[in-house]
Write a protein that binds this ligand. Structure first.
Ligand SMILES: C[S@@+](CC[C@H](N)C(=O)[O-])C[C@H]1O[C@@H](n2cnc3c(N)ncnc32)[C@H](O)[C@@H]1O
Length: 262
C-alpha cells in the first residue's frame, strides 16, 4: 500500500478521531503513552522540532508548551485543518504532506517526534532516510508504536472465567508482506462513542522488531532509549480496562540519535 492509499483511509478517520480523542476516549494515549513519552523526552526548550503524523495536534501542543518551536506534519488535510482551526497554538506551524518525502531543507530540525504514527507510515526505511536528511547532526528522533513483538498479524486475548485477560496468543509474527485494514473505535465507555458511529479503518503494516532496528541503524541512527510503558495502579483505578495492558507490553517507545559527525 502506498501513501496515496494510506491518505484516503486517514482522511475518512480524521473527524471521528479528533472528536473522540478530544472527548477523552483515547485512554491509552491519555493514561499511558503521552505521559510516558514526555517523561523520557530530553529538554526541548528553545529547540526546533517536527511532530510527524501529528493528527489533531494534541501532542504537538504539549511539545510547544515545553518551549520548542514546533511544526506539525500529517498526511491528512482534515487532521491539519482540525489541528489548526479548532485548537490553535500561535507558535505551531502545521503542514499537510507525507513524512516520506518532505520539502524541508537539509538539516532543518533539532528533533522529531512520532506519537503512535510511525507504525502507520507505509515505508519505515524511507521514513528514517528522510529523517536523516532533514535533521541536524546530533538530532534525536523519539517515537511510540504498537509493540511489534506483541501485535503481529494474529493476536487473541485469553480470558479466565471472570473475563480477566491472563495471557495473549500470538502468531504470524513474520507475516510482514501483509497489510490489513483494522476496524475499531476508542473506548466505548467514555460515552463519547455514539450508536451508529463508523469505526476507524486503519491500514496496519506488520513489522518485526529487527525491521524497526534496521530501519534506524541502516539510516545513520543509534538507539539511546527504549521503554515499554504500562499503566500505573492509579491509571487502572481510573480506567479498569487498562489492566489488560499489564499482561504483555502493548507499546514500545524508542529514542534514537543521528550521528554528530554529518
Ligand atoms: C494513530 S494516528 C496518531 C495521531 C497523533 N500523533 C496522536 O497521538 O493522537 C496516526 C497519524 O499518522 C498520520 N500518517 C500516516 N501516514 C503518514 C505519512 N506518511 N506522513 C505523515 N503522516 C502520516 C495519520 O494521518 C494519523 O494522523
Amino acid at each position: 500500500m502506498n501513501d496515496d492509499q494510506t491518505k484516503l483511509y486517514w482522511e475518512a478517520n480524521a473527524d471521528t478521531w479528533s472528536h473522540l480523542s478530544r472527548a477523552g476516549a483515547d485512554i491509552y494515549r491519555d493514561e499511558i503513552n503521552t505521559p510516558e513519552f514526555l517523561k523520557h523526552l530530553p529538554d526541548i526548550d528553545g529547540l526546533t522540532g517536527l511532530d510527524i503524523g501529528c493528527g489533531d495536534g494534541y501532542n504537538t501542543r504539549l511539545l510547544a508548551d515545553k518551549g520548542a518551536k514546533m511544526t506539525g506534519l500529517d498526511i491528512s488535510e482534515k487532521f491539519i485543518t482540525n489541528a489548526s482551526l479548532n485548537n490553535p497554538h500561535a507558535s505551531i506551524e502545521y503542514k499537510t504532506g507525507t513524512a516520506l518525502h518532505t520539502s524541508f531543507p537539509n538539516g532543518t530540525f533539532d528533533f522529531a517526534t512520532g506519537f503512535m504514527s510511525f507504525m502507520d507510515v507505509s515505508d519505515i526505511d524511507q521514513l528514517f532516510r528522510e529523517l536523516n536528511r532533514i535533521l541536524k547532526p546530533g538530532a534525536f528522533v523519539q517515537f511510540s508504536i504498537s509493540h511489534p513483538c506483541f501485535n503481529p498479524l494474529n493476536r487473541k486475548n485469553l480470558k479466565d472465567e471472570n473475563g480477566k485477560v491472563y495471557a495473549v496468543e500470538l502468531s504470524s509474527y513474520f507475516d510482514t508482506d501483509n497489510v490489513i485494514i483494522e476496524e475499531w473505535l476508542f473506548d466505548i465507555n467514555t460515552g463519547a462513542v455514539q450508536p451508529g458511529m463508523q469505526p476507524f479503518r486503519i491500514p496496519r503494516f506488520i513489522r518485526t522488531l529487527s525491521q524497526w532496528f534496521n530501519a534506524m541503524a541502516g539510516n545513520g541512527f543509534t538507539i539511546e532509549m527504549m521503554n515499554e510503558p504500562r499503566p500505573t495502579p492509579a491509571s487502572i483505578k481510573r480506567k479498569p480496562k487498562l489492566i489488560n495492558a499489564t499482561v504483555v507490553a502493548y507499546f514500545l517507545h524508542i529514542r534514537c540519535r543521528k550521528s554528530y559527525n554529518k
